[in-house]
Design a protein around this ligand. Structure first.
Ligand code: IMP
Ligand code: MG
Length: 184
């Protein structure tokens, strides 16, 4: 699926397919260096991190293992509350392992703060975070994100794993939607 398939629903492309690809290759090289000689476990946060996980893992030269978690932050409206529920837990034990959490986007950072506390309580050797996108508000929260792809404005974005009402995840780029999509 690309921009020609969504027509007038798309307002603008914020991060192109090429930009995403180049950035992931660049950060993968950094990760290869940083974790040289250590076993790395990538933990993808479903569903948004699906695309990043697929591309990042293939751009890495190091052998990695992968596991997945699905969480939902519930609260009112579209903002996360920081109260998180585990919808799917990791399949494996992470004690003594080097964990890299792979996230699509960090907005308020509340979901991630909770997730990091949860993972750290399981006794891993280390826990770090990779996020493809970061919104300005996330910079206010003291969540250490070791690898960040792009700092973007505080706008709602879709594509490359990110959805609006479960749609648009299969766009190859990150973009914003036209107001009519939101019923404006
Ligand atoms: P946070 O707890 O506010 O940081 O929310 C993080 C989660 O909300 C992300 O992992 C996404 O799943 C979702 N999210 C935040 N911003 C957007 C957006 O602009 N588009 C789609 N999903 C988003
Ligand atoms: Mg997410």
């Amino acid at each position: 699926m690309d921009d020609t398939d969504v027509g007038a629903d798309l307002e603008k492309i914020l991060v192109s397919q090429d930009q995403i690809h180049d950035k992931i290759v660049e950060l993968a090289a950094e990760i290869d260096r940083d974790y040289a000689g250590r076993d790395l476990l990538l933990v993808g946060v479903l569903k948004g991190a699906l695309m990043v996980m697929a591309d990042l893992s293939r751009a890495l030269h190091s052998p990695v293992t992968m596991d997945w978690m699905a969480v939902s932050s519930y609260g009112s409206g579209t903002k996360s509350s920081g109260v998180v529920r585990i919808l799917k837990d990791l399949d494996g034990d992470i004690s003594g392992k080097h964990v890299l959490v792979v996230e699509d986007i960090i907005d308020s950072g509340l979901t991630l703060s909770w997730l990091l506390l949860n993972l750290r309580s399981r006794g891993p050797a280390s826990v770090d975070v990779f996020a493809l996108l970061r919104k300005p508000e996330a910079a206010q929260v003291p969540v250490g994100v070791r690898y960040v792809g792009f700092d973007i404005p505080s706008e709602f974005v879709v594509g490359y794993g990110l959805d609006y009402g479960e749609r648009y995840r299969n766009l190859p780029f990150v973009g914003t939607l036209a107001p009519h999509v939101y019923g404006a």
